[in-house]
Ligand binder design. Structure first.
Ligand code: IVH
Length: 701
């Protein structure tokens, strides 16, 4: 059997047995199964939280489903241990108190689907249904879209609410974000025969593969954590506070479940056709099947064909077509009996781990990479896969020469999930992470925050030096054209540039002396370097590449610290009072300025004419009415977004901070103000000002 990275369910039982025999006590089987039930409930609840609330799962879908099935099996053997709070009895909740959306009760519970990876279990389900109703009913087969479920309410032809599944009973209303999705109509045209004006339709919000890849590239450049798959990216996007940012992400949607009173037809299929005719986006990959053979053919066809689709799918959903039969079959606590999902297995292959090599990134982090005997997986040849860090390798217990499992499932990035079982005794394991930098020979140091080994030689280690230049010239940073990775490599190797300040000393003759550089290309590069002197302070702050200061953090910092000097002189406390800036970022900023080499680069950049401070025009100062006021923003607003309020506070001379303290002048509170902030404000006697009151203050100057 394959050793799965995060699968600890078996370990739990083994641990219990070991503990019992060591202590010399004999435990009743019920005791250990009870322990296992409790442990699985805890583990699955935590996994649900990471998946639905934080959009950052740590457990693979497959492991989650296996553990859930194991828990179901154990609970059915022990009805006396029944608990309505068990993850088997309720759907995973995406509700979070922090995101400021209004929560609304679903008109009908938003359930999940029973699922299986086994074709036999699909046959069993079909047989059960046939037996229950005494004949072979029509089954609608659809693709199972791997996004996040949404419930859209149309009232009198107008989209009025868009609720996430939440805890199944109530969901977050993310209407303003959903309104930015072009495939979801905001109104249903009143055309002839269209009598259904008030209804609910449920479906899935998705981030197409292309958008997902683009977004992750952008995040990589900003040193923000990457999304593991499009589903997490879509759910992270939908929970953003700013609809303008959502609009830029290119979300899409497919709708698959209509609820209306009265229903417009007697079958699920006809209801979907009706929805489609009204301009709602329903997939074409739907078939009414009349036998188990037809169902199996549909599954087999889409198992391969789905790879050509622009969005992620993870299985097939089977639904009884006749609505009357659906009512007859009914529901369990969490799922309808009239539907089931067949989930596609992740493709995996066993292959040789030939060598572990090490890559040094621009911040010095050393990433181990698995070099594999090439293997075909989901239509592509895989020969390299990241091993993340030392802990990851040790958890898998792998080393060079092992046969390892490579998997490509919902995640497009192939991952190593284990080694071939039973090939080596644990005492023969002798993997050692490298101790010196493979690029410059410096002794590596372990970053305690990140489980990562780093090369500390940031000023002289070539990939770090080149990486910093690549980051500096990038579109979202200084936007210097004509300097791709290869050109930077060439200029660096020829000794033309060693750091970002050297770019501003480049001379035409130096570039022209290199092979392949004509007058025009050379002039383009120099013009683009010259133009970068107009790039505003916020982007310069991002471009200089302070560790952990991504694009958004740089923007936030630049709103409070209007020049490089102000930033340099800020205390840790002042830095951490900026929203989203924690001690790790604050310390990194301090370290950056403590480095003599960075100081030298900053001096040279300033001398070259780079914008190291906010100009009058950039600050867009409107008044000083809020001067001396430190203002906290909380809740959701109707007239402007939170970001716009931040900007308005600064444009009127105030300062925006993230947390309430005795120094807070007042709280600008929208609807659903965070309960913690409210409590703290009341305790400290901080004034709370409504959106309208605030607009009155700034508009009356
Ligand atoms: S029907 C009461 N149809 O899968 C049944 N769900 O794992 C309502 N999903 O919560 C759901 N594609 O978010 C249905 N064609 C499809 C689907 C689909 C994806 C999602 C949905 C559901 C989850 C269950």
């Amino acid at each position: 059997m394959q050793l799965d990275l995060f699968d600890t369910s078996n370990d739990l039982t083994q641990d219990n047995n070991k503990k019992n025999s060591e202590q010399g006590t004999i435990q009743h089987p019920l005791e250990s199964e009870k322990d296992e039930i409790l442990a699985l409930r805890k583990e699955l609840s935590e996994a649900n939280y990471l998946y639905y609330v934080l959009s950052s799962p740590q457990m693979s879908d497959r492991d989650f489903d296996e553990k859930m099935h194991r828990l179901q099996e154990l609970e059915s053997r022990h009805p006396e241990l029944r608990d309505n709070n068990s993850p088997t009895q309720k759907v995973g909740s995406d509700l979070s108190n922090k995101n400021g959306f209004i929560q609304i009760e679903h008109r009908r519970p938003m359930l999940s689907l029973a699922n299986t990876y086994s074709e036999q279990e699909i046959r069993d389900w079909y047989e059960r249904v046939c037996k229950d109703i005494n004949y072979e009913p029509e089954i609608v087969c659809e693709l199972k879209y791997d996004g996040l479920s949404i419930s859209l309410w149309y009232e009198d032809g107008v989209l009025t609410h868009a609720l996430t599944r939440g805890d199944g009973t109530k969901g977050d209303d993310v209407l303003n974000n959903v309104k930015t999705i072009s495939s979801i109509p905001q109104t249903i045209p009143l055309s002839a025969g269209n009598t259904m004006r008030t209804f609910e339709i449920r479906g899935e919000i998705l981030l197409p593969w292309k958008e997902f890849e683009r977004l992750n590239k952008e995040r990589e450049m900003n040193e923000e954590p990457l999304f593991a798959n499009p589903r997490n990216a879509a759910s992270g996007t939908l929970k953003l506070q700013d609809p303008k940012m959502v609009a830029q992400r290119g979300l899409d949607a497919y709708l698959y479940y209509l609820l209306a009173d009265p229903m417009p037809a007697q079958t699920h299929y006809e209801c979907l056709c009706k929805a489609k005719s009204m301009g709602l986006k329903v997939s074409d990959a739907i078939k009414v099947c009349r036998s188990i053979e037809e169902i199996m053919q549909f599954i087999a066809y889409w198992d391969t064909e789905r790879k050509t689709l622009p969005v992620a799918t993870d299985g097939i959903v089977l639904k009884v077509n006749d609505l009357r039969l659906q009512r007859q079959l009914g529901y369990t606590a969490k799922t309808p009996r009239w539907a089931i999902a067949y989930k596609f297995p992740a493709e995996k292959q066993l292959t040789l781990l030939k060598q572990i090599t090490y890559q040094v990134g621009r911040t010095g982090v050393v990433t181990p990479v698995a070099n594999l005997e090439p293997v075909q997986l989901s239509g592509t040849i895989v020969q390299r896969a990241t091993l993340h860090n030392e802990d990851f390798i040790r958890q898998l217990g792998i080393q060079e020469g092992d046969k390892v499992w490579v998997e490509k499932g919902g995640e497009i990035i192939p991952k190593i999930t284990g080694k071939e079982a039973g090939k080596r005794n644990e005492d023969e394991y002798n993997y050692q992470f490298i101790s010196v930098c493979p690029e410059c020979g410096a002794m590596l140091v372990r970053d305690p925050e990140q489980a990562a080994w780093c090369c500390p030689n940031e000023d002289h280690c070539p990939p770090q030096q080149k990486g910093k230049i690549e980051h500096f010239v990038a579109r979202k940073a200084m936007n210097i054209d004509g300097l791709g990775e290869e050109t930077i490599d060439l200029f660096f190797n020829k000794g033309l540039i060693k750091n970002i300040a050297d770019l501003y000393d480049l001379k035409a003759e130096q570039i022209l002396s290199l092979e392949g550089f004509q007058q025009k290309a050379t002039q383009n590069i120099l013009d683009s370097i010259e133009a970068s002197k107009q790039v505003p302070w916020a982007r310069v702050l991002f471009a200089i590449g302070i560790r952990y200061v991504g694009e958004t953090t740089a923007k936030k910092l630049s709103r409070t610290f209007h020049s490089i000097e102000q930033l340099e002189n800020a205390t840790i406390e002042e830095l951490t009072s900026v929203e989203d800036v924690g001690t790790q970022i604050a310390q990194s900023i301090k370290q950056y300025f403590a480095n003599e080499n960075n100081q030298d680069i900053l001096r040279r950049l300033k001398k070259a004419g780079i914008q190291m401070e906010q100009t009058e025009a950039q600050s867009g100062q409107l008044s000083q009415v809020l001067q001396g006021n430190t203002i906290v923003i909380s809740g959701t607003f109707s007239h402007h977004s939170r970001d716009e309020y931040k900007e308005l506070i600064e444009q009127h001379g105030g300062k925006n901070t993230g947390s309430v303290s005795k120094n807070t002048s007042f709280i600008l509170a929208g609807e659903n103000m965070g309960p913690q902030k409210l409590e703290k404000a009341q305790k400290l006697g901080v004034k709370i000002i409504s959106e309208d009151e605030f607009l009155n203050i700034i508009n009356n100057v």
